[in-house]
Structures are given as structure tokens and as C-alpha cells.
Design a binder for this molecule. Structure first.
Ligand code: FES
Length: 350
């Protein structure tokens, strides 16, 4: 059984037997309840918010198409930031905010602020209760003004209809961008900035690494030295993410296999740091077993045996980077990775 008892806009009603009591708070009528002009004013306010939200979505689309992704602007405190990022963030954020603000204003100023007790027993209602619910729905529709305030209704529907557009447009970036052009994911992940002779330096501090810096059982997170020169450029985060590696050292006799002959240097092995499952960075290394454990979904790779997967959802071994030393005794890459780094989702389309 469903029953409704309301107090408020229509005055307090005595509590009837079988009904839950409702605190008998005197209802204070709002300006918009008694003054049609005030109600009209609120209607215009709410409609303006929804309308502005629509215009901001249009501005989002224009900014997405029109602003060059490499354009930067200076903002105090934040420094140099991408103009496109700022424009997209502000327009989309303000658009969502205005939909929310409009809905709140509508609910607070125009919808009835009555107290309702709803008693329910069964989940499946008999026909007469279904009819009653339909009648209640119609009454709610009437009282909320959804039918009456046409301007609000139309602008809100317009705002809600345009709201998903930015989300759909941004999906495009999952496939290609000005950085990746029209390359497929496999092609994007197939090359990094590693090349023959590129010095291996520690991540963040950019210090070149000598073999003697790394004891047996040790692990170092590292990147290519040239990353320091491009770190201020557009796309440097992609370059960093793709080139990140870990260096581990083990007794050369413990190495069972590698992805290429002599790709280690005196027991020092370099592997991509990006998990081949869905791309989490990994640096959890167990010295005794030579296992590298991904914290995201527990994929485990055996670094003493070609980086093969020994446990977990990853379907591909960790790509290995061939390394050596230069004339000054610093560790260098002998080539780029021989296979794509990171997630292997692109393989499924083959
Ligand atoms: S991302 Fe590493 S196991 Fe899922």
C-alpha cells in the first residue's frame, strides 16, 4: 500500500491512524509562492542558467576545434598552461555547474517544499495503487511546474541534450591526437626516444648511472638523458611514460634467458616500467625470486627469464631494453625496445 500525507504548502493536516507522524512545522510561504511576478523572475533566472550552459557547450566545441593544442598561456600561480586545456576545462566545468545551479534554484524557489510520508509494504502494487501512483506523478508534475514553466522545461531539456557532447568529443582523444596524428595505438607504442648511445639517467634527478652504482639485488627507476631537454615541450609526458625503465642487477649466472643475446651488462637488465596489462608503472621487485609485481592487478614478471609473465592478467612479457656502457663507463641503451611497450589491448584487433 502506498499512501501520501503532505504538510506545508497546503497547510498542516492532522495525522491520520496508520500514517507516520510528520513534525508539524508551520510552513512559511516563499515569495514565489504568492507573487506570480517573483515566480516569473525565478523562471527567467533558471532558464538563463540552462541557456548559458548550452552556450558553454557550444563554446567548448569551438575551443576544441579552434584552439591550437600547442598554444600556452601564462596564469599566475599555475605558470604556463595549455590554452586548450584551460578553455575546455572552464567551458565544460561551468556548463555542468550551471545545470546543477539551475536545478537547485528551481527546486528551492519554485517546487513545492512540502513534507511527505510515503508508506510502502509490497514491491508489486495492485492496479488501484498503480493508478494512484500515476495520479501522484501527474500531481507532482503539475506542482513542480514542469508542465507550467515552459521556458525552464525547454532550456533544461536543451542543456541536458547538449551536455554529453563534450564527453563524446573527448573520446576522440583516446584514438588520435595532434601528438599521435593518425598512428594506430600499436604504432604509437612501438617507438620511444631510446636510441643507440642514449645515456641512462635516474628518473627525476637525471644523474647518469655507472654499473658500479647498482649493487646485486638493487633496482633503479631510470629514463633517457635526452628527456631532460624535451621536458618542457608538448607531449613530453607521453615521451616520459613510454621511455620509463627499471634497471635491476642480478648475478649473471642467475639469468635464465633474455629477449636478445647479451642485452644485459654484467647482470644489469633494463626493462620497461609500464605494465603490459593496462599500463600501471611498476617498481615492486623481489630480489630473491627476480619477480616484478604490478600493484594494480598483481601481474608478475620474471626478470631473470625474459620478463615472462608468471602470474596475473598480463598477456605479454615486459619489453627489455638492450644496454651497454659508453667510452666514459656510463650505462647506455644499445637500441630502442624491439616491441611495443605498455598495454596490449591493440593486439585484440589483429
Ligand atoms: S596494470 Fe599491471 S596487472 Fe593490471
Amino acid at each position: 500500500m502506498t499512501d501520501l500525507t503532505t504538510h506545508g504548502a497546503h497547510g498542516s493536516e492532522p495525522t491520520r491512524p496508520g500514517h507516520l507522524p510528520v513534525a508539524d512545522v508551520p510552513h512559511v510561504l516563499r515569495v514565489a509562492d504568492t507573487d506570480p511576478k517573483a515566480a516569473k523572475r525565478v523562471e527567467r533566472q533558471v532558464s538563463s542558467m540552462f541557456l548559458l550552459s548550452i552556450l558553454l557547450v557550444v563554446a567548448f566545441v569551438v575551443a576544441y576545434i579552434g584552439i591550437d593544442k600547442s598554444t600556452v598561456v601564462y596564469i599566475p600561480v599555475f605558470g604556463e598552461v595549455g590554452a586548450s586545456t584551460i578553455a575546455l576545462g572552464l567551458t565544460f566545468g561551468a556548463s555542468v555547474l550551471l545545470i546543477g545551479a539551475g536545478a537547485i534554484q528551481w527546486a528551492k524557489k519554485l517546487m513545492p517544499d512540502v513534507e511527505v510520508v510515503q508508506m510502502r509494504h509490497e514491491l508489486v502494487s495492485p492496479a488501484d495503487e498503480t493508478a494512484e501512483a500515476a495520479a501522484n506523478y501527474e500531481r507532482g508534475k503539475e506542482e513542480s511546474g514542469f508542465a507550467r514553466y515552459k521556458m525552464i522545461r525547454r532550456t533544461m531539456i536543451g542543456a541536458m541534450a547538449l551536455f554529453p557532447i563534450p564527453l563524446v568529443i573527448m573520446l576522440r582523444d583516446l584514438w588520435s591526437s595532434p601528438v599521435s596524428g593518425t598512428l594506430s595505438p600499436a604504432e604509437i607504442l612501438s617507438t620511444t626516444i631510446w636510441k643507440k648511445g642514449e645515456r641512462i639517467v635516474t628518473d627525476a634527478t637525471y644523474l647518469p648511472v655507472r654499473p658500479e652504482d647498482l649493487p646485486v639485488g638493487g633496482l633503479v627507476s631510470a629514463v633517457p638523458a635526452s628527456l631532460q631537454e624535451v621536458q618542457h615541450l608538448e607531449g613530453n609526458l607521453n615521451a616520459r611514460g613510454k621511455a620509463a625503465i627499471i634497471l635491476v642487477r642480478m648475478d649473471p649466472d642467475e639469468i635464465v634467458s633474455q629477449q636478445g643475446d647479451g642485452w644485459d651488462y654484467q647482470g644489469i637488465l633494463a626493462y620497461s616500467k609500464i605494465c603490459t596489462h593496462v599500463g600501471c608503472p611498476i617498481a615492486l621487485y623481489e630480489q630473491r625470486t627476480h619477480h616484478l609485481l604490478c600493484p594494480c592487478h598483481q601481474s608478475t614478471f620474471d626478470l631473470a627469464n625474459s620478463g615472462n609473465v608468471v602470474f596475473g592478467p598480463a598477456a605479454r612479457n615486459m619489453p627489455q631494453l638492450p644496454i651497454g656502457v659508453d667510452s666514459e663507463g656510463y650505462l647506455i641503451a644499445m637500441d630502442d625496445f624491439s616491441e611495443p611497450i605498455g598495454p596490449s589491448f591493440w593486439e585484440r584487433s589483429k
